[in-house]
Write a protein that binds this ligand. Structure first.
Ligand SMILES: [Ca+2]
Ligand SMILES: [Ca+2]
Length: 371
């Protein structure tokens, strides 16, 4: 079972972060035929809207990233916190607000979709809790939307992000299994990526048990933890997002500006280019150079660079220091002596001098071979 734990509270932000993860973007682009510079990810949201205010906040945030991801469904669902109600009208109210600002958003990025298109993607699950509400004949507009999206010939992965209970997804999987052969079901499910905020009904465990090969990100039973800023060093799965927080909050702030400001009055992120490949193989003791020459900013802002070895992501756990200053556009490193092939991930962080300052990243994965 591919189950990952992650910080529930930051799930949406993490998703936004993955959107700009160039390593992943590069590999998707290589094996799919996506419209040039169009969104590389598809997404369906299951939300227990109105169980609390956070899903309304998340949807506002998501709509400001609707240029980065193809939204293919917004499904009102139940959860353990709201077992017998659905509130699609709140989704509509937020989209009413999006409809007002979309004509200005497209001045900043033409990929923001027309509001009418998103209105057409609203659907609902069963107005009841968990596994008791799923079974033969219990399909809903929400579960049908998931089935259709998986059956579509679109080769891009389909993310289903679950902000409430996942029983609408459980219904879709049950139906998919009933109407397709085992082989076809496996083929369609290989496109599915599920990210849930905890287990907010009893269907999450059923899904993972019944479909053990599913790509399923979950933080069982541990959501709702608050985070705090300080100068202490922390380690652990729940702090993994902190490092990027200023950057994604500034990014959100800039997009709020895009809702009303003309292009010249707003900030736009740097366009980071790597001068070389994002996968590199070197030998022990070899000196190698990474370069982002050619990086620009659409507003003409000056840029600051920071290269660092992201040790959490590679097999090599000891950090590789830079040779010289780490804050220029090209950087050299000396590969350590290794006794077996190891990987080291290097992140380039580029921040502009606009207001608010905006940051984009590139990742280079270096494989180090023994001599
Ligand atoms: Ca929720
Ligand atoms: Ca800029």
């Amino acid at each position: 079972m591919k189950t990952f734990t992650c910080l529930g509270m930051g799930l949406l932000a993490a998703f936004a972060g993955w959107t700009s993860s160039t390593a992943a973007a590069g590999s998707f682009a290589a094996r799919t035929q996506v419209v040039e510079d169009g969104p590389q990810r598809r997404m369906i949201v299951l939300t227990d809207m109105e169980a609390d205010q956070d899903d309304a906040q998340s949807l506002v945030r998501l709509m400001l990233y609707a240029n980065e991801v193809d939204i293919e469904g917004l499904v009102a669902t139940t959860s353990t916190h709201m077992r017998h109600e659905l509130h699609p009208e709140t989704i509509r109210r937020i989209l009413d607000a999006y409809a007002k600002v979309q004509p200005n958003l497209i001045k900043h990025d033409r990929r923001y979709p027309a509001a009418a298109k998103i209105f057409g993607l609203i659907s609902t699950g069963q107005p009841d809790y968990g596994m008791a509400a799923i079974g033969t004949g219990k399909d809903t507009s929400g579960s049908n939307a998931i089935v259709r999206a998986l059956e579509s010939p679109d080769p891009r992965p389909l993310w289903v992000t679950v902000w409430g209970g996942p029983n609408t997804l459980a219904q879709a999987l049950l139906t998919l299994k009933a109407i397709h052969s085992a082989a076809e079901t496996s083929r369609l499910l290989a496109k599915l990526r599920v990210a849930t905020i905890s287990d907010q009904d009893d269907s999450g465990a059923w899904i993972r048990r019944t479909f053990p090969n599913l790509f399923y990100v979950v933080s069982p039973g541990e959501y709702g933890r608050a985070t705090a800023a300080s100068r202490r060093t922390y380690t652990g799965a729940r702090v993994s997002l902190w490092r990027w927080r200023d950057d994604f909050q500034n990014d959100f702030a800039a997009r709020i500006g895009w809702t009303t400001l003309p292009y010249e009055k707003a900030n736009h992120p740097p366009l980071v280019r790597l001068a070389g490949p994002d996968r590199l193989t070197v030998h022990s003791d070899e000196v190698f150079t990474l370069s982002a020459e050619g990086t620009t900013d659409p507003d003409g802002d000056s840029l600051s660079y920071l290269w660092f070895n992201y040790t959490e992501a590679g097999t090599l756990k000891a950090a590789i220091p830079t040779i010289g200053a780490e804050n220029i556009f090209h950087m050299s490193f000396k590969a350590p002596a290794v006794s077996k092939p190891e990987t080291a991930h290097f992140i380039l962080r580029v921040t502009d001098k606009g207001a608010p300052p905006l940051t984009r990243y590139k990742r280079v994965v270096v494989t180090i071979l023994p001599n």
